[in-house]
Design a protein around this ligand. Structure first.
Ligand code: 5GP
Length: 307
């Protein structure tokens, strides 16, 4: 005789599959916070919006330790201070506990207020493999009113690349000459290999004509532009999730394990720099990410006092 209290085998299998899937989703969300793809506040917002969703089912203990800089000791002190029991799940927090947690996060890990939108010189940067090039090309094709800067580089052209259109392909001596002549707004050695730089002349001319100029450059270059032109608008392109970035980075399967590990380490360091930027745009869809960048680029200049 079957026992009435025990659910049939099929139900138990389905339930355990669902539990495994939910655990996996929670783990992915924790990685997103650890890698700074989303802020802790964003995860909390998702949990409160839908307590039954994976974010809502996450324990406060797991949530806190996913934040870089919070270990288990610190976590327990924080929970005691906020008056939150360690067995609580994010979706089950009471109103007072929510507010206490939100205040704590805003105080310790402030979400960045946009500072920019001040100049029509726009820099698009982001971690390796996030799709900066694709977004920039999309903008170039759909918004001819925006000038996409053509960089100089010492690397050789790839098949299909045209000199003067994709890059100015130059040798080391020519690159040195451009630096010495003050012709580059910024330049950097990328991936420890070749040099890349932004020619200053065409950009200044376009800006004088009132055009918007877009630079798709690496992080070192973005920092130099910020230093040279503090009013530039810096946009950081984010992957939809850490797992998605890993997929894009390693998905091609063309790199060995060492190169893959190196790229992942680089991406992690790059993501940690996002707070230096004025805006963050998530690249979950090329057309809509491009549209967001264009809107930020064409937003009316704001007075500096609001910066
Ligand atoms: P690729 O060789 O694949 O075309 O580009 C490699 C990297 O160089 C990309 O991350 C791109 O953002 C960066 N890059 C391209 N042009 C410039 C530039 O003018 N300055 C800097 N700093 N980085 C650049």
């Amino acid at each position: 005789m079957p026992d009435r209290q025990t659910p049939p085998e099929v139900d138990r299998v389905a339930a355990s599959r669902r539990a495994v899937a939910a655990r996996r989703e929670r783990a992915a969300l924790k990685r997103d916070v650890t890698m700074r793809v989303i802020t802790p506040q964003e995860l909390l917002r998702r949990a409160l919006a839908d307590p039954a969703a994976p974010a809502g089912a996450m324990r406060v203990t797991e949530f806190l330790t996913s934040i870089p800089a919070i270990g288990e000791g610190k976590r327990d002190r924080i929970l005691a201070e906020l008056g939150i029991s360690p067995v609580k799940r994010l979706g089950g927090l009471g109103a007072r506990q929510r507010r206490a947690l939100e205040r704590f996060l805003d105080d310790r890990f402030p979400e960045q207020e946009p500072r920019g939108g001040r100049s029509s010189l726009v820099v698009l940067a982001g971690p390796t493999a996030v799709g900066k090039g694709t977004v920039a090309t999309y903008i170039k094709e759909h918004h001819p009113e925006i000038l996409l800067s053509v960089s100089a580089t010492t690397r050789a052209p790839r098949p299909g690349e045209v000199d003067g259109e994709h890059y100015y392909f130059v040798d080391d001596a020519e690159f040195d000459r451009m630096i010495a002549g003050g012709e580059l707004l910024e330049y950097a050695t990328v991936h420890n290999k070749f040099r890349y730089g932004t020619p200053r002349g065409p950009i200044m001319k376009a800006l004088e004509q009132g055009r918007t100029v877009l630079l798709e450059i690496d992080l070192q270059g973005a920092r130099q532009v910020r230093a040279a032109e503090p009013s530039a608008t810096l946009v950081f392109l984010l992957p939809p999730s850490w797992d998605e970035l890993v997929q894009r980075l390693v998905g091609r399967g063309t790199e060995g394990p060492e190169e893959r590990a190196r790229r992942l380490r680089t991406a992690k360091v790059e993501l940690a720099a996002q707070n230096e930027f004025d805006y963050r745009v998530v690249n979950d869809n090329v057309a809509s990410a491009a549209q967001e960048v264009v809107e930020l680029a064409q937003a009316p200049a704001r007075p500096l006092s609001r910066a």
